[in-house]
Design a protein around this ligand. Structure first.
Ligand SMILES: C[S@@+](CC[C@H](N)C(=O)[O-])C[C@H]1O[C@@H](n2cnc3c(N)ncnc32)[C@H](O)[C@@H]1O
Length: 326
């Protein structure tokens, strides 16, 4: 059962807000995971075609088996979503619905054996796609102390980033740091004793930070958002579920810039908000003004939905004549 690995977050809300009247809509699920959301869309819209994108080939293999009954309605792409959207944007094909359910799947913490979980004896890798980029271990061995401190404080908002970075650099000069559990223990010893035994393990923020850095999670979101909008057909809808404030801040800022209603002759693209399509500039219309959060019953059933926020916007049918941004 896939539920053992991951419960899809805000499924009802996603289906209620990401809607289309097309008979044969195209959905791009940029974070396919174990395909919980995608299967629900395939069931709701019998004519729907799906492109399911995931950077993690191991996760995608499980999704492939689950999607088998839908035959040629499904195309799977093993890629980071920013790279996928860049390719797709130049293909000329357009999507009616795009979903990004950011972050990791429960599968990563429970089954992936790549050091995502604090308690594990897995080697510190943390890459979604272990065939490219630096593993967590390489990052922790190659960055200097200031670099590690910066990562912990920027991506983990870790108040003891300095102490932890010092401890990591000291440790690596004496003996190899190899597993997730070793790093978690090292961090626990590095923080002041009053902070060692709270409800949340003192290494949680650092693990999040290292994972974000290893996978360039925020950079990928920033690059993907404008590209994804380019991939939408007029009236197409994009929905994004974020799990921490750093992600949500990017989505919120992007939507704020793009959901401003601009009169045709007053439209002035800025370097922060150039949405240049073949037809011209487009703006987005917010579908929900405030981000949607999980209901009380979902929170009870799935505590992992606690910090999830869903923001949805529709490509305005009104298009703006554009000129190249200088
Ligand atoms: C929260 S899970 C998605 C769960 C899915 N919606 C479901 O209902 O089963 C996020 C998935 O996106 C993938 N992922 C995260 N960041 C990615 C990125 N930048 N590009 C492609 N896939 C990514 C992860 O490997 C993970 O499988």
């Amino acid at each position: 059962m896939t539920d053992r690995y991951h419960v899809s977050v805000m499924l009802d809300e996603v289906l209620a807000l990401l809607t289309t009247t097309k008979q044969q809509p195209l959905l791009i699920d940029g974070t396919l995971g174990l395909a919980g959301h995608s299967v629900a869309f395939l069931e709701k819209y019998p004519g729907l075609q799906l492109i399911g994108v995931d950077a993690d080939a191991e996760v995608q293999a499980i999704a492939r088996a689950r999607l088998d009954p839908y035959g040629d309605r499904v195309r799977l792409v093993n890629s980071y979503f920013d790279e996928f959207f860049a390719d797709f944007a130049s293909s000329g094909e357009k999507a009616d619905l795009i979903l990004l359910d950011l972050g990791m799947s429960m599968y990563h913490f429970r089954n992936a054996k790549r050091g995502f979980s604090l308690q594990s004896d897995d080697e510190l890798d943390m890459r979604l796609d272990p065939s490219t980029g630096r593993s967590a271990l390489q990052l922790l061995n190659e960055e200097d102390e200031a670099g590690i401190r910066r990562i912990l404080s920027l991506y983990g908002e870790e108040p003891f980033a300095g102490r932890i970075a010092t401890a990591i650099v000291q440790q690596r000069s004496q003996a190899e740091l190899r597993t997730a559990a070793q790093l978690a223990e090292l961090i626990k010893r590095a923080v002041p004793s009053a902070h060692r035994h709270g409800k949340v393990h003192p290494a949680t923020r650092s693990f999040q930070a290292i994972r974000i850095a290893v996978n360039d999670e925020l950079g990928r979101i920033e690059r993907a958002l404008p590209l994804a909008v380019e991939c939408l057909a007029p009236d197409g809808v994009i929905g994004i579920i974020s799990f921490h404030s750093l992600e949500d801040r990017l989505v919120k800022r992007f939507f704020r810039e793009r959901t401003v209603t601009v009169e045709r002759d007053k439209f002035k693209p800025t370097p922060q908000a150039p949405i240049l399509t073949n037809e011209g500039y487009r703006s987005l219309l917010p579908v929900n003004k405030k981000p949607i959060e999980a209901s009380a019953s979902e929170l009870e059933a799935n505590p992992a939905s606690r910090s999830a926020k869903l923001r949805v916007a529709r490509v305005s049918a009104a298009e703006y004549p554009g000129k190249a941004v200088q």
